[in-house]
Structure formats: structure tokens, C-alpha cells
Design a protein around this ligand. Structure first.
Ligand SMILES: [Ca+2]
Ligand SMILES: [Ca+2]
Ligand SMILES: [Ca+2]
Ligand SMILES: [Ca+2]
Length: 441
């Protein structure tokens, strides 16, 4: 008989293990990375095949300096890697299909984050990229905003489709149909490399006109602190009538040591609710945040975020736009340990499935290399900082992992790991999950 991949709540889950990492060079200082089935297996066979492709941003800026002046002078890129289905050797599973130069508006563009979404409604995924023109104290900010590259079936390539400008340099993206009109809209947080002296706590929402063109931004002011709100996540946090059809937003405010839940009222107006931690915790959380249904059976999503001291906090949606958090007893907090790049920002945390099916999302965190923690399905997590299996080797010492994502690259039913390794030369690491359903005689 076949055993379940994970055991019931409260029991120990089997820890997934991974094949040795395949390291693929992509270009200097990669950052955002995203995976989804966007291309066929080959140029000759362009129909979607269920195997996820990978898109990774090549920023051309050493973000560890924290200074936008450390741009290397090259145009930011997005590298698209095709899934060949050839996973017998993990190094053969991805081929670079296209390198997109973000020179459509200005050549001195630093690319930041990337997401896959069908923006023009043709049934194929397109690319959405946040980017910021190189700037420093002596230059004007230039073009900052959102780029859309749509899939063109004639060429089997992604072609420039639209640019939606934003007031502020932008970084972390989230995509959802915020106004419930059947097209995908964009919300984005402010880049942490914004020029000194400005205020930073803004979220821009750019709606889709239905053809993949972005309408002028609507800016939401979260409070104007001196630290940026680099990432915003979408989820369902409001279960009031009509609320479930309108995706909500959540962002942290670093300088205020709290978060803001943005309840979507009609796709245009959002009601802000400040979310403060328990008295036993301080949230030094920058934009290290993910949203997922960590508590099965509850229809709303929870939020996970990692603070600069290495503590992962889970806050639980109350279904009415608010959240609860209990750090007493440790159930809602997991100490992951200190270390880079927890101390850098913005960083990477992502939810996905590493060892079980749909109801127990796991979390993957960029921390020197990577660390994963296993969701128990009740809003708590299984993790042991002393157990090296939770920190699989990314196969290269060149570059800090700044972002990571989970996708089932070889379609065996278990999530695999892709990291973007911020360095020069920059790379991605691909870790194929060896998890198998075990047979019990
Ligand atoms: Ca594919
Ligand atoms: Ca499309
Ligand atoms: Ca929409
Ligand atoms: Ca897999």
C-alpha cells in the first residue's frame, strides 16, 4: 500500500531531500525569480506542456551595497529558461530561451522583480517586470514602473507590450484581479533604493484595461516612514459578503514596526488596518513576507514574515481584515537563526509544497543559502535549526540567495527549489526534490 506523504497534525513529517544543485549562469546580480508553465517543450513544439518555465531578473546592480550608484552600466534583463522536460540530469532541465533587455523605455534600467500572469487574456502567460532607471544623488530618477512583455505565438517569444509608470521606484510585485473584472492587475511596493530623504511607504496599484495595458497608478500611502515598503502581497483576508471576490493586500512598515492590512472594498478603494504584534514581539520586518492558506479549513489566508533577527512570525487572518499573533509559547514564531541575507532587504520568502499535497503549504526562506520549514496545516511549522536537511546546499558560494521560489519542475508531484544567487557572475540554482511516496509492505 502507499503511505501518505505526510502525517497528521502534531506528528513528525518526513523531511524532503534534494538532488545536488544544478547551477546555471544567468548574468550579474539576479534578483526576482518566478516559475510557471509559459512555453512548450521546444521551439518545434510550442504548446503548453504543464512543465514550468523559469524567469529570473538580472538586475546589473549589486544590491548588497545598498546604493543605487553601484550600477554596473549594463541594461537590466529578464532571462527566460525553457523547461526541456529532460530531468534525468538536473543540469539539462532548463535551457535559456530568451534574454529580454529592458531598454524599451530607457537603456539605463535596473530590473527588480518578475511575475508570470496572462495580462492580455489570450490564455498564455505574459511577463510582468518591475524596474527602476539607474539614479543616484546627481541624476533624475527617469523611468520607473511596470513593464509588460506579452507572449507572441508567431515568434514563440515575449515581446514588449506596455509600460506603466509609477511615481516611485518600484520593487516587489503581486498580481491579482483586484477589481474582479476578469483581467490581472498589478500591485507593487517601493524600491528600497529610493533616493534618500523621501518617504517610502507607498503601494501602487495599476489596473489592466483588459488588453494588457496598464491604467495610471493609484497610490496608497501607508504612512510615510523613511524605510521603504518594498513588497506587498495579495491574499484573501476579508470574508465579508463580496470580500472573497476582491483580493486584499498586506504590507509591512519597517519604521513603524507593524503591518498594514489593506481590505479591498471595490478594487479602487482599500481600507487600511494597522496590524501590531503582541507585546511579546517586535516586528523588525522589512518586506520579507508571504501569504498562503497555512491554516487548512479556514477560507482566508495567513501571513508569514521574517524579521531581521531571524524570527519567522506567522500572523493569522481573522477573516475580517485583521490578524492575530501569539508569540507566547512560540507557536506562531519560528527562530530560523541569524545570518545573511536576513539582514539585507528586500529579501525572499515564498510558500509552496515540498512534501505533501494542497492543504499544508511550506515556506522557503533566503538565508545565506536557503532554509525551508514544513507547514503542519494548522498555521504552525516543523523546523529544527540543528538539522542540516532543512538547509540544502545551493551548489555555489558565489552570491547570496536573495529570492527563491518553489515549482514542480520535473512534474513528479513534489515542489522543487529555484534560487536566484545575487552575485557576479550571477546564477540560479535548481534543486530537484527527491521526495517519494513510500510503500509500506
Ligand atoms: Ca512549459
Ligand atoms: Ca497572454
Ligand atoms: Ca482586473
Ligand atoms: Ca518535482
Amino acid at each position: 500500500m502507499v503511505a501518505l506523504a505526510s502525517t497528521a497534525n502534531g506528528q513528525v513529517q518526513r523531511i524532503p531531500e534534494f538532488e545536488p544543485a544544478a547551477v546555471i549562469g544567468v548574468g550579474p546580480y539576479p534578483w526576482g525569480v518566478a516559475a510557471a508553465d509559459a512555453l512548450g517543450q521546444s521551439l518545434q513544439d510550442p504548446d503548453l506542456d504543464g512543465y514550468p518555465e523559469v524567469a529570473v531578473v538580472v538586475g546589473q546592480l549589486d544590491i548588497t551595497t545598498g546604493n543605487p550608484g553601484y550600477w554596473n552600466g549594463n541594461t537590466g534583463q529578464v532571462v527566460v529558461l525553457r523547461n526541456t522536460q529532460n530531468w534525468a540530469n538536473p543540469a539539462d532541465g532548463l535551457d535559456i530561451a530568451q534574454t529580454i533587455l529592458l531598454d524599451d523605455v530607457q537603456p539605463n534600467t535596473i530590473s527588480a522583480d518578475v511575475a508570470w500572469a496572462d495580462m492580455d487574456g489570450d490564455g498564455r502567460l505574459d511577463l510582468v517586470v518591475s524596474a527602476t532607471t539607474h539614479f543616484d544623488g546627481n541624476s533624475e530618477p527617469g523611468a520607473v514602473g511596470i513593464y509588460v512583455y506579452r507572449y507572441d505565438e508567431n515568434s514563440d517569444r515575449f515581446v514588449f507590450h506596455d509600460y506603466g509608470s509609477t511615481t516611485y521606484p518600484v520593487r516587489g510585485l503581486t498580481i491579482a484581479d483586484f477589481d474582479n473584472d476578469d483581467d490581472m492587475d498589478v500591485a507593487v511596493g517601493v524600491d528600497f533604493l529610493i533616493y534618500p530623504g523621501d518617504n517610502h511607504d507607498f503601494i501602487s496599484v495599476l489596473k489592466n484595461d483588459g488588453t494588457g495595458h496598464l491604467e495610471p497608478e493609484t497610490i496608497f500611502n501607508l504612512g510615510e516612514s523613511n524605510d521603504p515598503t518594498g513588497t506587498v502581497v495579495s491574499g484573501v483576508f476579508d470574508l465579508t459578503p463580496g470580500g472573497t471576490t476582491l483580493p486584499d493586500l498586506f504590507a509591512f512598515r519597517a519604521e513603524f514596526w507593524d503591518g498594514v492590512s489593506m481590505t479591498n472594498l471595490d478594487g479602487t478603494d482599500f481600507e487600511m488596518t494597522t496590524v501590531t504584534p503582541d507585546s511579546c514581539a517586535e516586528w523588525d520586518i522589512r518586506d520579507f513576507v508571504a501569504s498562503a492558506p497555512f491554516t487548512s479549513g479556514k477560507m482566508s489566508d495567513d501571513i508569514a514574515a521574517v524579521a531581521g533577527d531571524g524570527t519567522l512570525h506567522v500572523i493569522h487572518s481573522d477573516g475580517n481584515g485583521g490578524f492575530t499573533h501569539n508569540c507566547w509559547g512560540g507557536n506562531d514564531d519560528v527562530y530560523l537563526g541569524s545570518g545573511n541575507p536576513l539582514t539585507y532587504r528586500p529579501l525572499g520568502i515564498t510558500a509552496g509544497h515540498l512534501n505533501a499535497g494542497g492543504s499544508k503549504p511550506d515556506l522557503l526562506v533566503a538565508k545565506e543559502g536557503i532554509v525551508f520549514i514544513l507547514g503542519k496545516g494548522d498555521g504552525t511549522f516543523q523546523y529544527d535549526a540543528q538539522d542540516q536537511r532543512y538547509s540544502p546546499d545551493i551548489g555555489t558560494a558565489n552570491g547570496l540567495v536573495f529570492r527563491a521560489t518553489i515549482a514542480d519542475l520535473d512534474q513528479d508531484g513534489f515542489g522543487d527549489i529555484i534560487t536566484s544567487n545575487h552575485g557576479a557572475p550571477g546564477s540560479i540554482s535548481v534543486l530537484i526534490n527527491k521526495f517519494q511516496l513510500i510503500s509500506i509492505p
